[in-house]
Design a protein around this ligand. Structure first.
Ligand code: FES
Length: 106
């Protein structure tokens, strides 16, 4: 299992353990993390799973591409470390990752 800390929009930290291979969005929603509506169910078409990957982990995860890049372009909350949670598969190397949830529909 991979230990990930999600920081909810109100600042609450949730420590979860996720299986490698599921998405960050799934890891969050399965563990009751607030602020991820995931309205499209992971189809990269809603941006309600917008998160910021904190620290050096963003380089490991890498930048968005293709449709995800296009979706993030529509977000006023976009930052250099933005990703859509449904497009980031959890990897064993991500243990200790901190993910800040944007909330407010991305
Ligand atoms: S859940 Fe809709 S874009 Fe990620």
């Amino acid at each position: 299992m991979v230990k990930i800390t999600f920081i909810e929009p109100d600042g609450t930290e949730k420590h979860v353990e996720a299986s490698a291979g599921i998405s960050l969005m799934e890891a969050a929603t399965r563990n009751g993390v607030q602020g991820i509506a995931a309205e499209c169910g992971g189809q990269c078409s809603c941006a309600t799973c917008h998160v910021y990957i904190e620290g050096d982990f963003f380089e490991q995860v890498g930048p968005p591409e293709g449709d995800e890049e296009d979706m993030l372009d529509f977000s006023d909350s976009r930052q250099a470390n933005s990703r859509l949670g449904c497009q980031v598969p959890v990897s064993d190397e991500y243990s200790g990752m901190v993910v800040r949830v944007v909330g407010d529909d991305g």
